[in-house]
Ligand binder design. Structure first.
Ligand SMILES: O=P(O)(O)OC[C@H]1O[C@H](OP(=O)(O)OP(=O)(O)O)[C@H](O)[C@@H]1O
Ligand SMILES: O=C(O)c1cc(=O)[nH]c(=O)[nH]1
Length: 177
């Protein structure tokens, strides 16, 4: 199955229209509900298999899936690549182990960010800051959808090379056919 087929299926499964306030505060009239493609086992596996070639063959100690939507993708990508996964909370737990990242150590490890959708890049930036504060080496990663709202450039400006599997333009074009 081709990249185009995956784009079409992902669009048809998760693209919504209406009025949506995004994390950045911007109001949008279309939205990708990542949970709709992440809850489909076949689609989630196809996405992870398409993301796998974007993961460097060397120099990555673990995948860092960002709460919430990045975590199922990181788990499936971990299955496909054999790399361990970490589950990165928006905020560290205030009880128990009090961890920000669950599933292993962060300090001194080379982490590869796994995210669902990037709009402004703010969520990735916050996570990278927290991980770096804890001693992780983080400068690259992937997302499934780039909404082409400046997020990848904002990330590049702070030294994070985030690659997208699809742009929103690509998905809309595939969905329209
Ligand atoms: O690039 P940004 O402008 O930061 O926006 C994108 C972020 O917003 C959404 O997360 P949300 O806060 O809805 O979290 P969830 O994954 O826990 O549902 C999305 O999953 C990204 O993490
Ligand atoms: O920017 C966001 O908050 C956002 C956009 C989108 O299309 N999907 C999503 O889950 N979050």
């Amino acid at each position: 199955m081709s990249h185009h087929d995956l784009a079409r299926d992902l669009f048809n499964r998760s693209h919504l229209t209406g009025e949506f306030t995004l994390r950045s505060g911007v109001v949008a009239h279309e939205y990708f509900d990542k949970y709709l493609f992440e809850s489909d086992p076949v689609l989630l596996r196809r996405i992870a298999e398409a993301l796998a070639p974007l993961v460097p063959a060397h120099g990555v100690d673990a995948l860092a899936g960002l709460e919430t939507g990045g975590i199922p993708i990181a788990v499936m990508l971990s299955q496909v690549t054999g790399l361990p996964a970490l589950f990165v909370r928006k905020e560290a737990k205030t009880y128990g182990t009090c961890r920000l990242a669950e599933g292993g150590e962060v300090e001194g490890r080379r982490l590869f960010i796994v995210e669902d959708v990037v709009t402004s890049g703010g969520a990735v930036l916050d996570a990278v800051d927290e991980l770096r504060n804890r001693g992780a080496v983080v400068d690259r990663g992937v997302c499934v959808i780039d909404r082409e709202s400046g997020g990848l450039k904002n990330l590049a400006d702070t030294g994070i090379d985030l690659k997208a599997l699809f742009t929103m333009t690509e998905l809309k074009a595939a969905g329209a056919q």
